[in-house]
Structures are given as structure tokens and as C-alpha cells.
Design a protein around this ligand. Structure first.
Ligand code: KIV
Length: 297
């Protein structure tokens, strides 16, 4: 790998990329093999997102995802990533009861899974206080504004936020408040590009967009969307760079046909006895058969 591709991504390095006007590239991962591939490709930031619930665990939304599930999936990602900055997503209700419990939950990402930071949705006053407490406990925090999927039952549906001036201003204020509370970066999800541009120009910390247009300091996509793992609904902002669903379906259908048609396994996928062992085994089998016949079995 070239020198730059090998350099471990730290929070100061990520923030420096904004100053250098170098785009930050992020993606989600939830297991060892995918984290290893994206890390080796030179991704800057891997988010173990609670999108896990929808793309891997089969939930309808991110609400049911638990801390245990997040830690279980964050551990292999932490082990696989040698270069990228790994961030663990705080799932719904892991940071809602008390500051103490939330700090303990967040610390598990760092202590048990080896992530370097956590991400938290929202920017209410209570949330800002919590973010300050996390930073005070040496836990770096990434913010998340715009469409915050854990608020699905407030929103009613997943749709673009900030299309009216009032809401756009609220999102801009939220992002500024998060920066003041000390987050090292902020995800802007599903907002008009004009609003993302204002936020990106106002903030010193990097903005990472998903459905927020080209003016953000970086971009993030859900891995399974980017590689076309599922053939279900995809939001407008997703660019599919591969069609894994098609590729995997083709491979599995060929396997089914081969097994049913007796074409797999061919000789090259099978093991052989050597001649001596084969002859001896055949002799023993013949003797056993002879004895059984004598006994009339
Ligand atoms: O959970 C997730 O994958 C996320 C990204 C979409 C930013 O929060």
C-alpha cells in the first residue's frame, strides 16, 4: 500500500482532511470480512451503524437493536480494521435513561470492541449535556442530525428533512450546537444540499453526508446498499456500485443445479484413497460381506 493509504486514521487526521479540502470516505460494516475489505481498500472511517438492524438482522427499523447486538458486531469490525477510524453507533435506548448508564454503554464500544468513538443521534439540550459527559469521560463523539432514524415514530416515515426554512434553520442550529458541545464530526442525513453546504461552511469539524449532496466534507453509505446486497427498496441518494444480490443468486442457483444434476462435486473437488489403502479396504469390505452372507443376513 502507498504510505498515505497505510497511515492510521485518527480524529486529528480526519479533521485535518477538512482543512486540506480532502474528501473523507466512510462506509458501514458489521462483520470481520467486510471490515477487512473496506479497511484494505483505504476507507477512512468505518461506522458500525445501527442500520445493522435493518440490513443484517432483518428488523423493520433500527428501534429493536440492542447494545449486546451492537457490541457483538462491533468486536469483529474492531479486530479487522488496521487503518480506518472505527465508530460505534449508540442504539435506541442505550443513552436515554441517565448520563451514568449512557457513559457506561458508550465506554463498552471502546473497552470491549476497540472502536475509537461513538455516534449519537440528535441534538436536544439533554443530548448536548450527555455528549459533554461522554467527552469528559474521554469518549469521542460523532453527531448526527437531519433525518435521525431512531426518531422514526416521531417522523412517521423516512423522508428528507429541512425542506422548509424553519426546519432547515433548526438543523443548522443543531449542527452548530453539536460542534460547541465538542463532537469531532457530524453526520448530515437526508437534507437538501444547500442546507448541508451552509452547515459545512459554518463548522470547523468535518460533515459526513448521506443523502446530503456533494458539499459535505465526506460521504458515508450503508455497505449493503453500496454493493447491492439486497434487492429491496433503495433511497434516491444511494448509488449502487455493484449488484451482489444478482451475483450471489446466480452462484447459488448454479450450485443447486450442479448438485441436483450430479455435476458437483467433480473429481477435482474430492479426495482419494491411495491404491494400497483402497485395495485393503475393498478386501475387508468383501470379507465382511462374505461373513454376512454365511450368517444369512
Ligand atoms: O446506522 C447507520 O448506518 C447510520 C448511517 C446511515 C450514518 O447511522
Amino acid at each position: 500500500m502507498p504510505e498515505e493509504k497505510n497511515q492510521k486514521v485518527t480524529i486529528p487526521l480526519l479533521q485535518d482532511k477538512k482543512k486540506q479540502k480532502e474528501k473523507i470516505v466512510a462506509v458501514t460494516a458489521y462483520d470481520f470480512p467486510v471490515a477487512k475489505i473496506v479497511d484494505e481498500c483505504g476507507i477512512d472511517l468505518i461506522l458500525v451503524g445501527d442500520s445493522l438492524g435493518m440490513v443484517v438482522l432483518g428488523y423493520e427499523n433500527t428501534i429493536p437493536v440492542t447494545m449486546e447486538e451492537m457490541i457483538h458486531h462491533a468486536k469483529p469490525v474492531g479486530r479487522a480494521s488496521k487503518r480506518a477510524l472505527v465508530v460505534g453507533d449508540m442504539p435506541y435506548f442505550s443513552f436515554h435513561l441517565s448520563i451514568e448508564e449512557s457513559v457506561v454503554n458508550a465506554s463498552r464500544f471502546l473497552k470491549e470492541a476497540g472502536t475509537k468513538a461513538v455516534k449519537i443521534e440528535g441534538a436536544s439540550k439533554k443530548r448536548l449535556k450527555l455528549i459533554e459527559a461522554l467527552i469528559d469521560a474521554e469518549i469521542p463523539v460523532m453527531g448526527h442530525v437531519g433525518l435521525t432514524p431512531q426518531s422514526i415514530h416521531h417522523f412517521g416515515q423516512f423522508k428528507v428533512k429541512g425542506k422548509e426554512v424553519d426546519e432547515a434553520e433548526r438543523i443548522i442550529t443543531d449542527a452548530i450546537n453539536l460542534e460547541e458541545a465538542g463532537v469531532f464530526s457530524v453526520v448530515l442525513e437526508c437534507i437538501p444540499m444547500e442546507v448541508a453546504r451552509i452547515i459545512t461552511e459554518k463548522l470547523k469539524i468535518p460533515t459526513i453526508g448521506i443523502g446530503a449532496g456533494p458539499y459535505c466534507d465526506g460521504q458515508i453509505l450503508v455497505f449493503h446498499d453500496l454493493v447491492g446486497f439486497s434487492n429491496g427498496y433503495l433511497p434516491k441518494f444511494v448509488k449502487r456500485y455493484a449488484d451482489l444480490h444478482e451475483l450471489i443468486s446466480g452462484a447459488v442457483k448454479d450450485y443447486i443445479d450442479d448438485v441436483k444434476g450430479g455435476k458437483f462435486p467433480e473429481d477435482k473437488y474430492s479426495y482419494h484413497l491411495n491404491e494400497k489403502e483402497a485395495a485393503e479396504l475393498a478386501k475387508k469390505e468383501a470379507e465382511t460381506l462374505g461373513k454376512k452372507k454365511k450368517r444369512g443376513k
